[in-house]
Design a protein around this ligand. Structure first.
Ligand code: ATP
Length: 291
């Protein structure tokens, strides 16, 4: 991708220090910076979004040939809304999330942003608009500044500190003797999982994408750290379109649209009240959770 090329040309020293980690973290890095892991058609500089709606149309996708994980998925995410993907484990929620973020391209069908196909857009352009957020800890060997600049290479220290403040990380970061110069990652300062997560959120604030695909994987954090982080996350989500992959029903019920996936298909969608009234799979799930 273009970003990776730019990173290789520009902060060469930085990349060299990361090299060992890059080998291990290739997949994670690809997700972080939004580089597509499958690129069936060449990107076209002229493909630009006109609008902010994200739409999946008749999407089929599989990781392995002959084994589709998503079948004819259609989904319309209106700008400014919160959409929750629910469904049994293995239904394809995370996979759909990766497609909506442009990390994978559909085998057939399209995923579009503002009418433009993500698979045809330069990866960097996709990344400016849509980001995937998950609990993988993306901290690389280098300084705190290096780790933040990944999200926006032209940010100045003021921008970096405001981003840290926006995710409630400025307290501990200001207490560091070397501040933004502090080396982190293996061999450097050992960040707690919550601090690493805050760095990832601060990067989001810097990159400022209007749409977030949020994979709410079960937290490995202790309850207090988790609550603290949830508050920071809520601030970051404010004003953005959010597609939340909800592994717990209680985080889904107040979404504008709940999308139920089963066996790689969208089986129902609507608001909580609509789906409960419809008496289908969601209603059954909801009842079983409240028994
Ligand atoms: P969960 O709630 O457990 O996270 P999910 O609904 O998010 O499940 P996916 O993770 O999208 O479901 O998985 C859908 C199917 O795709 C599963 O059969 C899974 O084994 C498979 N799958 C997921 N990721 C990969 C991968 N990277 N390579 C190959 N198969 C995968």
């Amino acid at each position: 991708g273009a970003l990776l090329a730019q990173m290789l040309v520009d902060p060469l020293g930085l990349i060299l220090r990361w090299y060992d980690e890059l080998q291990i973290a290739q997949v994670s890095l690809a997700r972080l910076v939004g580089i597509r892991e499958i690129e069936p058609e060449p990107a076209d500089e002229r493909v630009r979004p006109e609008g902010r709606d994200v739409r999946a149309a008749d999407v089929r996708f599989g990781y392995l040939a002959g084994a589709d994980v998503l079948h004819d998925v259609c989904l319309d995410v209106r700008p400014g809304t919160r959409v929750a993907l629910v469904g049994p484990s293995g239904a394809g929620k995370s996979t759909l999330g990766r497609l909506l973020a442009g990390i994978y391209a559909p085998r057939t069908g399209t995923v579009t942003l503002g009418g433009a196909e993500l698979a045809r857009m330069p990866a960097e352009r996709v990344r400016r608009h849509v980001a995937l957020v998950n609990q993988e800890h993306h901290v690389f060997v280098g300084s705190l500044r290096d780790n933040l600049l990944l999200a926006r290479t032209d940010a100045d220290d003021g921008d970096l500190w405001s981003a840290l403040a926006a995710v409630d990380a400025d307290g501990w970061a200001r207490a560091l003797e070397k501040g933004l110069e502090t080396e982190v990652g293996s061999g450097g300062l050992a960040l707690t999982p919550a601090q690493a997560q805050q760095i990832a959120l601060a990067r989001l604030v810097l990159a400022d994408p209007h749409t977030l695909i949020l994979d709410e994987a079960t937290s490995l954090l202790d309850p207090r750290a988790a609550r603290h982080l949830e508050r920071s996350l809520a601030k970051v989500l404010e004003g953005r379109t959010v597609v939340a992959i909800a592994h717990r029903l209680h985080t889904a019920h107040d979404a504008d649209v709940i999308v139920v996936t089963e066996n790689g298909r969208v089986s129902e969608q609507g608001s909580h009240d609509e789906l409960v009234a419809a008496g289908g799979a969601y209603a059954a799930l909801w009842r079983s959770w409240h028994r």
